[in-house]
Ligand binder design. Structure first.
Ligand code: C6P
Length: 426
């Protein structure tokens, strides 16, 4: 019996009006839309952990940039360049405020969360890690973190240890207390798992790491968009996230780093924008954060990310979190009513905004394809967590992920599609 009966703290219908794409009707052949008999079903978009949709305010902030003050930043003293530079710098201030950072020095704009992981692994890891050092990750890491640290460890001779996931989808904290020891230099973990929905105890893990003098890297790709997060409260040294999962544009992500640590690190990319002076023999670097932002940066995208932070803060991230967890709990309850469906991860009342699952005897891709026949967009695959899927004993899983504009009726549409797949493959 479903337990998640609460009503939403959000006015979802009013919010949906801000996202024109949600009005779409889809189906049939994507190469000739409008021509098939299935072309007229309302889109049910449940792939938000991959990419969220973009509200008018964010799109308009970027078109305003292109229509009114498009210019390169930090390079011209003409009017448009100054306006663009101010907007670009203010976007750093806004993101700093959004996550509770001290200021723009701690906010580096990159392409996405993946690049943020690589920046630290290369710029810090290559010079600081060596034989005898340990990097502690979790079994539920996204490849962005797992592959990056694995490869840097190979290059430096450091060891990687993976914290185990328990049967019920939580991080094994006994293993964490044992594994994070004096040889540990970096503890890097996913805050909210994109495959299990597990919410990891970030502050507790940060304490364990700091007790042994290790740095803490939080992969916030799924947590920053969906819940209030304050880097001071967690006391992490680094945090990574992407604009496109938080109502912002693609092409921009954020690396937060404590100023004193970023100050000590060498640049990751070299070129224009990041230098103070250059001669034929050597160069010196710009101040933070520009030292890490070589070349023409994502200016329109920074303006869009600023607008996305405003948009989410205006709604209130506590309310966004409550709404999404209500939907995830409801989906969990409904899907676990089917005895041939396996839902991965922790219980419905203790998970982030997603549900990963499999139907006995049916490949996740087939399940996702049947959902698509109902215009229900979910994701199927290993979700860039291949080792975790090996541990789960599943080659792939289907995943529905929710955001502020989704409704309980859309969860019902998902459940109906899954039920249809059950009948079809029975
Ligand atoms: N996950 C999904 O689950 P990028 O692609 O760089 O914007 O984000 C990478 C990333 C890092 N960490 C976590 C926990 C993530 O979930 C992701 C992106 C997407 O559908 C794509 S695999």
């Amino acid at each position: 019996m479903a337990t998640h009966e609460q009503t939403s703290p959000l006015d979802v219908e009013a919010l949906r009006a801000e996202f024109p794409v949600l009005e779409r009707r889809v189906g049939g052949d994507v190469t000739s839309p409008g021509e098939g008999e299935d072309d007229d079903q309302p889109l049910v978009y449940l792939d938000n952990a991959a990419t969220s949709q973009t509200p008018r305010a964010v799109v308009e902030s970027m078109s305003d940039y292109y229509y009114s003050y498009n210019a390169n930043v930090h390079r011209g003293i003409h009017h448009l360049s100054q306006e663009a530079s101010v907007a670009y710098e203010e976007a750093h201030d806004r993101v700093a405020e959004f996550i509770g950072a001290e200021g723009r020095e701690e906010i580096v704009f990159v392409k996405n969360a993946t690049e943020a992981e690589n920046l630290v692994a290369y710029a810090w890891g290559l010079s600081e890690l060596g034989p005898g050092d340990k990097v502690v990750l979790t079994q539920m890491e996204h490849h962005a973190s797992l592959v990056t640290w694995q490869q840097i460890a190979k290059q430096t001779g450091a060891e990687v240890e993976y914290l185990r996931v328990t049967e019920d989808g939580y991080l094994d904290m006994d293993h964490a207390r044992e594994a994070i020891d004096e040889s540990t230099e970096m503890v890097s973990f996913v805050h909210v798992s994109n495959a299990l929905g597990t919410i990891n105890p970030a502050a507790e893990l940060a304490d364990l790491a700091h007790e042994v003098g290790a740095y803490v890297f939080v992969d916030g790709a799924q947590s920053v968009p969906t819940r209030p997060l304050d880097v001071g409260e967690i006391d992490c040294d680094f945090l990574a996230f992407s604009g496109h999962k938080m109502c912002g544009p693609t092409g921009i992500g954020v690396l937060y780093g404590k100023e004193a640590i970023l100050e000590e690190m060498d640049p990751y990319l070299y070129g224009g924008e990041m230098i103070r002076s250059v001669d034929y023999e050597d160069s010196t670097w710009e101040e933070l954060p520009w030292k890490f932002e070589a070349g023409t940066p994502p200016i329109a995208e920074a303006v869009g990310l600023h607008a996305a932070c405003d948009y989410l803060d205006d709604i209130g991230l506590e309310r966004v979190q409550d709404h999404e967890e209500m939907l995830a709990g409801y989906a969990y309850d409904r899907l676990t009513e089917f005895d041939d469906v396996t839902v991965y991860g922790p219980p419905g009342d203790d998970r982030g905004a997603l549900v990963g699952f499999n139907l006995d005897g049916v490949h996740a891709h087939d399940l996702s394809s049947i959902c698509n026949d109902y215009a229900v967009a979910i994701r199927a695959g290993d979700h860039c967590t291949q080792p975790l899927h090996d541990t789960l004993g599943a080659a792939a899983s289907a995943r529905a992920s929710f955001y502020l504009y989704n409704t309980r009726e859309e969860v019902d549409a998902l459940v109906e599609a899954v039920d249809d797949a059950r009948q079809l493959f029975a």
